[in-house]
Design a protein around this ligand. Sequence first.
Ligand code: TXA
Ligand code: MG
Length: 369
Amino acid sequence: MQKHMKNLKLSLIMGFEIREMNKPTKVFKITHYNFSDVICECAQIIQKGGTVAIPTETVYGLAANALDPAAVDSIFYAKGRPADNPLIVHVSSLGQLEQLVLDIPSKALSLIETFWPGPLTIILKRADIVPDITTGGLDTVAVRMPANQVAQELIRVSGRPLAAPSANISGRPSPTTASHVIHDLDGKIDAVIDAGTATIGVESTVIDLSREKPAILRPGYISAKNIEKIIGEVEIGYSDHITEVEGVVRSPGMKYTHYSPNAIVLLVEGTHDIVLNKIYEMYNDFTCRGARVGLLVTNNDFLPPTNDIFYLGNKDKPEEVAKNLFKGLRFLDEVGVTIILADGSFSNEGVGAAVMNRLRKASEMVIRL
Ligand code: TXA
Ligand code: MG
């Protein structure tokens, strides 16, 4: 109480709001036996305007009632997310989707039939019921129906569509386990439901169908190719924002605040063998200069003997790499390396496009060979 009064006085003097930061975050480890009890308790938290981190098939999301501006505000506050970055609204039925949008064009319906529930987010014109804060003031809303059963049940039982960005501090790698969520948001959110490791590991594909030409705004598990099979040509509406060295462009020092660990990530792109040789050479150079270097690489490669290494999986299995990617970035941060040398020799096919996109955005520089 005393602390509350002090905060109130401080906020009057300073002219901005100071909120109570440390509320105990409940961790619910969900099992077959306690499933409905956990869902019921978390649905009540949602209905009261609280925040619950939930498992989805892509990554963990930080959920709150999408139609309650104060609840959505708590999401932005906990993550430290800029107010102009809109949230995805998660639904468990088509009825819920209909409430949120002005209309559902036929291309959207075809994609929904094929890919929902699943890792595809569709942007449509929003209905008035969706608050400005949820969409960052845009006249569109991003909607997805998650395939994860826990997420679906929480939406259904709480009876609310759930706004849910990835449950990380803004700018950090997305969480693929409940412990990643706790690491970033303990004391800032009401609860987290622990349902093990997210199966896909990278966020949903985002497609904008609110304008005449469909455009993919973020690559994800569902590839542009597979989307084009259903609705015809789509534009690629995103860029990987890379800073290249030894290639044409050279503008070091630009730090992207996406998926970023504390360590500096240097991504080496090219054919696999050449990339590995370069990583070996750079490892030796940087360690010789006294840096602690971590390696983010694929299995069975010939590399310097070090414990500061994370194996992403089989280089020819992009699904495996996607699943491990954020875990690897977080792991190397935890062990305390200052530089991460990352293998960027993955093919851009299928989920490989999402892997390369996240790696490039996490990197300070791309060395293209
Ligand atoms: O897999 C996922 O999509 C995860 C899980 C939790 O569902 N969620 C997720 O949310 O990745 P978030 O907030 O981290 O990323 C949402 C992306 C952001 O890049 C945001 O700018 C974009 O979707 N977005 C949301 N609404 C939009 C809109 N109306 N127009 C354009 N982009 C939008
Ligand atoms: Mg995110």
